[in-house]
Design a protein. Sequence first.
Length: 432
Amino acid sequence: MIKKIIVFLIIAAVLGGAWFFVINKNTKDIKYRTVSAERGDIQSSISATGSLNAVTTVLVGSQVSGMIRELYADFNSPVKNGQVIALIDDAPFIARVKQAEANLEAALAGIENAKANIANLKARREAARADIDKAKLAVNDAKRNLDRITGLWREGLVSQKDMDNAQFTYDSQVTQVKSAEANFDSVTAQLNAAEAQYKTSIAQSKQNQASLESAKLDMEHTRIISPVNGIVVSRNVDVGQTVASSFQTPTLFTIAKDLTKMQVNTNVDEADIGNVFSGQDAVFTVDAYPDHTFKGKVSQIRNSPIIVQNVVTYNCLIDVDNTELLLKPGMTANVTLLVSHKENVLKVPNAALRFRPKDKEKMHKDGQGKKVWVLKNGKPAPIPVKTGISDGNYTEITEGDIKEGDEVITETVAKKPEYGKGGQPGIPRFIR
């Protein structure tokens, strides 16, 4: 029995030693790269790209269609407000003005004719009214004479012929009244028609006047005028080219009002837009001057989202001083928006915060909070920390049992395999 126990203990000791050797060997095979926690300045920023544009860019177009006859401005030409920079052939427009003037003169002549006709008809109506009054007086006289003759005829004092003559005279006068009244009604109707024609002529003259003004305005629009002081950035037409103004005004020139003041138009990701504010400092570079850093300030953050393939960004404008005129419209700007800056803070590489040992059971026990790992007795040990701002490479440590100079693990370094005698690279040595 004692022998069995001794044998069992020997076997257990051998197995335990072998297990310790394997574990210790695996542990020694793992190496770690460490970096010292240090103090220094750190700056949090947002990166974006954008394009440079003049603060005020005016698109000069044509409101009329026609052939370009003259050009008085070219690329990079300085122009003044009110300066003629192009001419469209105005011959067709001059003809339209003359036609409109003739139509207006005809309408004005029609008004005068209508006035004369109205005056004539009013006089005729007054004459017709007088004829009615005169006829009515004659009817009254004929009626009195008829009544008198009728009384005498009944007494046998006058003949039947006298009676018939008196009746005929009365009937004739009644007919004359009706004729005079009909003539009055006819003249009144003609007068009403003449007055309506007069109103029509007035309306026609106003319409022709408007047509004339429109034709003159179109003729003025053949002179393409610069609306601002500035520099011609682009010219889109040549002499002899025909421009067509229909639903959309064609752009002939693009004029930058002031190239000494420019803007960067950039789009910021929705995840970063909360850290952007008006007046925020920004720096950027352009490919033309890679060693020159330009400065600016955020002037506007637009609320309208820009959605491209389900990616949401927001447009931000950055005001830039371009007194040296180095920057040109359309240049691509690599922008850095400065969010915050701290000096002399404790910081560690971001790789130290990303590092996790391969021991999944240990990770489960240590939880999932932010932590850095240090070597204790040759093994990784976690230290919970709280972080502040980050510049993409280093992160500020605000809380945690770590101090300047402490070595933090950033990654695991695999041990190179051993090769047997006479072996070749890539063929590990196997120990049986």
